[in-house]
Design a protein around this ligand. Structure first.
Ligand code: RP5
Length: 164
């Protein structure tokens, strides 16, 4: 069973990261979502990642805020792709989380997406693009989604555009 694993550092990350699960649901992609923290529950995080990998997790998505070490800690435990989503909030409103997530040492990559809901959504899209390398049906669905997005731009423009 192939699936995407979403790990969030706190319940306070859930509202934003439910967007990620929503996108995966829309495309019919199997996923798990658990709360586990690099700092508050390091053993649970270790055990979950090892177990999820055995169960078929193909991509890990990790969301955390403040001193956001979750994605990096997961990257240390697996050679599966890890996507990091920095959460807004805290004294620096997410800049701390963004830098903590993106600045990984050489050889230990975390693919870091934007903060907030756009990042939550893009983490799902990026995970699906990785899965689609070996899943033709999913690749076609992603291509169709791009066509719909381009059409929406045209429709939105036709409602407001002024041309000479
Ligand atoms: C991080 O600290 C979590 O990922 C969350 O974004 C932030 C604050 O956590 P809470 O204090 O709201 O649980 O570990």
């Amino acid at each position: 069973m192939k699936f995407v694993s979403i790990i969030i550092g706190s319940k306070s990350d859930y509202e934003v990261m439910s967007e990620c699960a929503k996108v995966l649901d829309k495309f019919g992609v199997l996923h798990e979502l658990v709360i586990s923290s690099a700092h508050r529950s390091p053993e649970r995080t270790h055990d979950y990642v090892k177990n999820a990998e055995e169960q078929g997790a193909r991509v890990f998505i990790a969301a955390a805020g403040m001193a956001a070490h979750l994605a990096g800690a997961i990257a240390a435990l697996t050679t599966k792709p890890v996507i990091g989503v920095p959460m807004k909030g805290g004294a620096m409103d997410g800049m701390d989380a963004m830098l903590s997530t993106v600045q990984m040492p050489a050889g230990m990559p975390v693919a870091t997406v934007a903060m907030g809901k756009a990042g939550a959504s893009n983490s799902a899209y990026l995970a699906m693009q990785i899965l689609a390398l070996e899943d033709n049906d999913l690749r076609v669905k992603l291509q169709e989604d791009r066509i719909l997005k381009a059409k929406k731009v045209e429709i939105d423009s036709s409602e407001v555009e002024i041309r000479l």
